[in-house]
Design a protein around this ligand. Sequence first.
Ligand SMILES: [Zn+2]
Length: 190
Amino acid sequence: MNSEHSRDSKNADSDSAFMLSALTQAAAALEQGEFPVGCVVVQENQIISRGCRNGTVPEPGRRAIISEVDHAEIRALKNLESCPYPVVPEKCTLYCTLEPCLMCFGAIMLTGIPRIVYAFEDPMGGGTACDLASLPLLYKNCRVQVKKGVCRRKSLDLFFNFFNKKGNQYWKNSLLEQYVRDQKQHGSGK
Ligand SMILES: [Zn+2]
């Protein structure tokens, strides 16, 4: 095995390990009835921030709309503020169990985090494939590396469980729900 290969496989091992921590966050959200997305930010092999989805469960009689701001990535980025030691965004990788949406992708870029690893692709709302070259200067010049499909199956299983939850209304009958069911049934098993 040459050194490049061994470095790649070491990266793959640690990417899976950190994704499992993000999945723990996602499972905790599901436990609360929330949309199961979890996120961790890693700096030099250490988790420095965590976040999970919140706000998707309507409070009976109180909330007219569901907040689309409290995404797992935004919460993890906010939590960086309480990190006890200096955060160097350029040295960070953000792990998320679902492909970041456009809002989160933008926030990750603006924070200056150069690497994103996600588990399950979002064909309905994923933002990481947007063409940065056609955007204004700030985004055009971002060099963000995206790796997908790490622990994909585990994340898919959480979404499948979420959409099977009795009484769930969130993204019910959406393209995402349809895609999750389809992947569960016919997916590659990865
Ligand atoms: Zn988002």
